[in-house]
Ligand binder design. Structure first.
Ligand code: ADP
Length: 326
């Protein structure tokens, strides 16, 4: 028998649809391997408060299709302090938890990496964030659902924009990465896409409008990632309004609706694979690693690499978006 007999699972940081499917996969894979499973509530705060509850096979019934996370998530400043992490360690020891699966984003993995430098209880990560911006995996849980939510919303806005000959600036999530903006922009035939990875796009926008292309169209959709250098869709729309007073310009910020909803089939399947792989990794004595998917195969990436290196958007797609929007 291996030394892992009891594992904990938690969700941390920003929530993403499909986290429940991952919790289910972790729980059932662990039980299949004769491990006990403890659900840790409210992310790292639950480690510090010993907010633990045993999970059984039936505890995760009927959740694969639900958005959010049954374990709740949280941001926890105390885990950034040595004292907070010591309490977390003491609580894990007392509950005899031998390993922890962390479902979250790069902030959560930074916390897990630091904890594993200090203490010997292995942490393994599952990438869960709608932004898809984690290095070492082609895919993060929640991205596919969020992307489809955005596409549906933009299609609806396109209908009303066409009816009135309006220009719409639509802000989507992506504080540091333009994956949702770029993919939703291509999928909805947006006239322009503004993402943090490319500088000077607001200036190009002016050129595009001046070139007259926009005047020939009955509607103009411009997708803006929230983390763009100009300060978001409202700021860019204000500038354009100053330069083009005769345009009927509107702004929509999609906001938190992008985080909710029933996960897509892709998110459910990938969350199931990643959750399963995380338990296998713990059983293989891995620690301080994230499980990812590269070319549809499971990969293991050290936390240090996953959080430090930057995942770039595919510049070929930026070019395609530009060509197709003329
Ligand atoms: P995400 O995991 O979605 O990127 P956050 O960046 O908010 O979300 O991080 C989630 C939690 O991870 C934080 O609230 C904190 O508890 C923990 N964390 C983040 N950075 C650190 C750090 N430098 N040291 C310890 N814990 C951290």
């Amino acid at each position: 028998m291996g030394k892992i007999k009891k594992i904990g699972v938690l969700t941390s940081g920003g929530d993403a649809p499909g986290m429940n499917a991952a919790i289910r996969a972790v729980t059932r894979t662990a039980i299949y391997n004769n491990l006990e499973v403890i659900g840790i509530r409210h992310g790292y705060q639950g480690l510090i408060n010993a907010n633990f509850k045993p999970l059984h096979a039936h505890s995760v019934s009927d959740i694969i299709q639900r958005g959010g996370t049954i374990l709740k998530t949280a941001r926890c400043e105390a885990f950034k302090t040595p004292e907070g992490r010591l309490s977390a360690y003491n609580n894990l020891k007392e509950a005899q938890i031998d390993g922890v699966v962390v479902i979250g984003g790069d902030g959560s993995f930074t916390g897990a990496r630091i904890f594993n430098e200090e203490y010997d209880i292995p942490f393994v990560g599952v990438p869960g964030t709608i932004d898809n911006d984690i290095y070492g995996t082609d895919y993060t849980i929640g991205y596919d659902t969020a992307l489809n939510t955005v596409v549906q919303a933009v299609d609806k806005i396109r209908d009303t924009a066409s009816a009135h000959n309006r220009m719409f600036f639509i802000e989507v999530m992506g504080a540091e990465a333009g994956f949702i903006a770029l993919y939703s922009g291509i999928a909805t035939g947006a006239e322009a896409i503004i993402i943090p990875e490319i500088k000077g796009q607001a200036r190009n926008l002016k050129e595009m409008i001046e070139s007259g292309n926009t005047r020939k169209k009955s509607s103009n959709i411009i997708i803006v990632a929230e983390g763009d250098e100009e300060g978001g869709a409202f700021a860019i729309a204000e500038k354009v309004k100053e330069d083009f007073k005769d345009y009927d310009i509107r702004v929509t910020v999609l906001g938190h609706l992008q985080r909710g909803g029933s996960p897509s089939a892709i998110d459910r399947v990938n969350a199931s694979r990643l959750g399963h792989a995380a338990v296998e990794a713990l059983l293989d004595d891995q620690k301080s690693v994230m499980v990812g998917l590269i070319h549809d195969e499971i990969s293991l990436v050290p936390f240090a690499k996953a959080v430090k290196l930057h995942k770039n958007v595919n510049m070929a797609l930026v070019e395609i978006a530009r060509i197709l929007s003329v």
